[in-house]
Design a protein around this ligand. Structure first.
Ligand code: SF4
Ligand code: SF4
Length: 350
């Protein structure tokens, strides 16, 4: 095992089961990062592979019409044995911070969401099932470089904490979690309408995506008068427009099972290091509010995003009852989680 790999905290995977759905391909509607040492094998199998450079790193270019990775053929990866690390590790997501914390990208339809509604702590749940090769890929990448990046992240965090302490706004992460676990903040009327997704013209790969059994994933885009659902083609571009509906402007009613599912999701988010690591730097740009208040507001915003996307998905699918069901809330979680993880933090991803 590489140095530091034993520090990987996988508690947030406990209770989850996973099996990749090969007909899906959702995670390939992206531009994965490629490390220099991964390039030669990739180019041996696919010599015409094109890269885009950004911020000192290389990424696989998406199809020219936008959407999927250029190496996705049909719903299959054409360089499977040489695919870069984000593809090997998905749906495991690792945040570098005070610990190397692994959590799951719950947009992946291969991850079962039923355990979200279980209320016991992650440490007392059963061991995760089905993540062996993804965790192995993560552990192989943990090295001295990750330890150095964690220390740098800690220094950045330390500077922000000091200034928040001076202003009397700092609350220790454990205290924030202990407090909010007992009173999870649900979205309120003022959290609606939820933030719109980007427009399709900004780039198809930027849109929130979900898999609903179609040949290509469905993307949500802001459109005049509502949110539009677009079925994407693996070869790039939009296959068809599925409909446009306005997002809710007041919180929809949830049946009790749906509430449990939403609570479970918010609890999961609260335990992710990424949540505090993304909130704290934003606090530094403001001069009001404690860490607890900011996290509380962020959880309400996350809840509003999930239920809004659940409503839009349900309406596009032609099924909207009086109340949102657990299944519909889960579909909102699937349509939101990947975007909600993609935020700047004082740390870094592995
Ligand atoms: S999103 Fe999940 S289920 Fe779909 S192809 Fe990727 S890993 Fe498999
Ligand atoms: S390299 Fe393969 S697995 Fe990775 S995004 Fe592209 S097609 Fe998907």
């Amino acid at each position: 095992m590489r140095e530091g790999a034993d520090r990987l905290d996988i508690e947030l995977l406990n209770g989850f089961r996973y099996a990749c759905q090969p007909s899906c391909g959702l995670c390939c509607f992206a531009q994965p990062r490629v490390e220099p040492e991964e390039r030669p094998e990739l180019l041996r199998i696919a010599p015409a592979t094109e890269f885009v450079e950004s911020g000192g790193a290389s990424f696989l270019r998406a199809n020219l019409e936008g959407g999927a990775c250029q190496l996705l053929h049909g719903s299959r990866c054409s360089v499977h044995s040489a695919r870069p690390h984000p593809c090997r590790e998905f749906p495991v997501h690792v945040q570098l911070g005070p610990r190397l914390q692994a959590s799951l990208v719950l947009s992946c339809p291969g991850v079962e969401l039923s355990s979200l509604a279980e209320t016991e702590s992650y440490s007392s749940r059963s061991a995760p099932l089905g993540f062996d090769s993804e965790l192995q890929a993560v552990r192989e990448r943990i090295d001295l470089g990750s330890t150095r990046r964690m220390k740098e992240a800690e220094r950045r965090r330390g500077r922000i904490v000091q200034s928040l302490e001076r202003e009397g706004r700092w609350v220790d992460e454990d205290a924030v979690r202990t407090d909010l676990r007992t009173r999870l903040p649900f979205p309120e009327p003022e959290d609606f309408p939820a933030e719109d997704p980007p427009t399709a013209s900004e780039g198809l790969e930027l849109l929130p995506l979900y898999f609903d059994g179609r040949a290509g994933p469905v993307a949500l885009a802001e459109e005049l008068g509502g949110w539009e659902a677009l079925e994407l083609r693996a070869s790039g571009g939009v296959e068809r427009h599925l409909g446009r509906v306005p997002p809710p402007t007041v919180p929809p009613k949830l049946d009790p099972e749906a509430q449990r599912s939403l609570s479970g999701y918010l609890r999961y988010f609260l335990e992710r290091d990424l949540l505090l690591a993304s909130v704290v730097p934003r606090m530094a740009e403001s001069d009001v509010g404690t860490v607890t208040e900011w996290v509380e507001e962020e959880l309400r915003r996350i809840g509003a995003t999930v239920v809004s996307r659940a409503v839009v998905r349900a309406k596009i699918g032609g099924a909207v009852g009086e109340r949102l069901s657990r299944r519909e809330v889960e579909s909102g979680i699937r349509a939101s989680d990947q975007d909600l993880l993609d935020v700047p933090t004082w740390g870094d991803r592995l």
